[in-house]
Write a protein that binds this ligand. Structure first.
Ligand code: PEP
Ligand code: MN
Length: 271
């Protein structure tokens, strides 16, 4: 069956989330902690990221955790810190929504809805965000084919909202050295098949801090329109995903490298 709303045509789609621009040559950097753990840590992180010209702040307030006994997120309290960090720095924000019943709760606090891997085929949720006027960051499911992924985006677009950014975040592989296998080939392929911008998440895609810079560069060379990276003021103390989070120094090095090479791949992104 064919895609209708998000199919590749002569124009590539540009998606804006506040001042963050995805597509048409721009390379957006989304960064921030896996979870919003408190006010101070979020504001400190946001201030640092802003200094480095980060496009957008991320942070989970409703967290999809493997175990129900792990930290589940600060929920609306966390969203309030997120809004404060956004107002203080001027950076737009993205946060995950897991349940269609939470949409009105989250809507006032975020510039973009994130639909995580575990919910990529939560069709009720896809349809619900499709009815709203806020862009959606859709992450590839842990075991989703390219077709599953594209049709999940089509579900959102059918409802009227085609401001969608696709995020390749790795799929389950058989090798336990890495948390997932980041499918770099998905980047040019998704851009060949759809008009939507595509970004990569090398943090969840590998699970390993040391692989974030090389994978970011690989994504860039493959035509990615941006990257989403977990950054924490003290990764060893993080309540979730510390081993795949950069500290501020590592993040600065990554941004310096990106500044050096990002423009070399503009023509590939625009294709
Ligand atoms: C996240 O980005 O916070 C997250 C939980 O990622 P994923 O849905 O890709 O596992
Ligand atoms: Mn995480």
């Amino acid at each position: 069956m064919e895609l209708k709303r998000i199919k590749k045509n002569c124009n590539r789609k540009q998606v804006k989330a506040g001042s963050a621009i995805f597509g048409n040559g721009n390379f957006a950097v989304i960064a921030g902690p896996c979870a919003i753990e408190g006010r101070e840590m979020l504001i400190d992180t946001a201030k640092h990221l802003k200094l480095k010209n980060t496009s957008m702040l991320r942070g989970g307030a409703f967290k999809p955790r493997t175990s129900p006994y792990s930290f589940q997120g600060l929920e609306v309290e966390g969203l309030k810190y997120m809004k404060e960090a956004s107002e203080l720095t001027g950076m737009p924000v993205v946060t995950e929504i897991m349940d269609p019943r939470d949409i009105d709760k989250i809507y006032p606090y975020t510039d973009m809805f994130q639909i995580g891997s575990r919910n990529m085929q939560n069709f009720a949720l896809l349809k619900e965000v499709g009815k709203y006027d806020k862009p959606v960051l859709l992450k590839r499911g842990l075991a989703a084919t390219i077709e599953d992924f594209l049709f999940a985006a089509e579900y959102i677009a059918v409802e009227g909202n085609s401001d969608i950014v696709l995020c390749e975040r790795g799929i389950r592989g058989f090798d336990s050295y890495t948390r997932n296998t980041l499918d770099i080939s998905a980047v040019p392929l998704l851009k060949e098949l759809s008009m939507l911008p595509v970004i990569i998440d090398p943090s969840h895609g590998t699970g390993l801090r040391s692989l974030i810079l090389p994978m970011t560069l690989a994504g860039l060379a493959a035509g990615a329109d941006g990257v989403m990276i977990e950054v924490h003021p003290c990764p060893s103390q993080a309540l979730s995903d510390g081993e795949q989070s950069l500290d501020f120094n590592d993040f600065d090095r990554l941004m310096e490298k990106l500044l050096e090479v990002e423009s070399c791949f503009k023509d590939i992104r625009e294709r």
